[in-house]
Design a protein around this ligand. Structure first.
Ligand code: SF4
Length: 225
């Protein structure tokens, strides 16, 4: 199915989150999200429509900056037909495809996984996001994603509960305990977790045998996009 994509912005910068933090990447921010996390700081107020070929043309303008394209959002998997066409083109052009996702739309992931190199998957803890729990969706998603290089990210806020952390860890243990987990402190000052809480969460994860690191949002710390 041919469809245009709704894209909010395209730019190059350093990756500010997860285990590839600090790496220069080309970012394609997809318009639209299926969640409304209470800590969300992504502004998705506008979009421009592109065909997959037009998007590739824009991406190639940044070719000197990086050979990795981060498909981010919003939630890129909401536009799976366009995403798949774009991934095929970037792959053919020699780019590495990095998918940032909230880890819910598992059927869409299955359809595009062949063209993805790295999956950066969020695990949404209800006490962090203010949503109902999404464990079932996350489990199905992770089972599919872990066929490729995958790491997980949990945003930890002041109110995040140990119970939610343990539920997430249990799920990771059941699917693939060798995946790396990043605990990302919420950067809004009023909702920032204490360093004691982060240490204690890291210890709990370590005791479950899951490799875990605490990584704040680098781009905010160094003041880039
Ligand atoms: S999934 Fe990401 S983009 Fe969507 S509301 Fe949550 S933080 Fe914002």
């Amino acid at each position: 199915m041919r469809t245009n994509g709704k894209i909010t912005e395209i730019f190059s910068s350093v990756q500010g989150e997860g285990i590839y933090f600090g790496e220069e990447q080309i970012f394609v921010r997809f318009f639209g999200c299926n969640l409304n996390c209470k800590y969300c700081d992504t502004s998705l107020n506008y979009f421009t429509e592109y065909t997959p070929e037009e998007l590739l043309h824009e991406i190639k303008l940044y070719k000197n900056a990086s050979s990795t394209v981060s498909f981010t959002g919003g939630e890129p998997l909401l536009q799976k037909y366009f995403l798949k066409a774009a991934l095929k083109l970037t792959r053919k052009e020699g780019f590495k495809n990095y998918l940032e996702t909230n880890g819910i739309l598992y059927s869409a992931l299955e359809d595009i996984l062949d063209y993805v190199d790295i999956v950066a998957m969020d695990m949404k803890l209800p006490s962090s996001t203010g949503h109902k729990d999404l464990w079932h969706h996350h489990q199905r998603f992770l089972e599919i994603a872990s066929k490729k290089e995958t790491f997980l990210k949990m945003v930890i806020c002041k109110d995040t509960t140990e119970e939610d952390l343990r539920a997430g860890l249990k799920l990771i243990e059941e699917v693939n305990k060798f995946l790396v987990l990043v605990l990302q402190p919420n950067s809004f000052e009023a909702d920032e977790p204490s360093s004691e809480k982060l240490e204690s969460f890291k210890d709990i994860a370590k005791k479950c045998g899951i490799t875990t690191c605490v990584i704040p949002q680098l781009h905010k710390k160094i003041g880039v996009k």
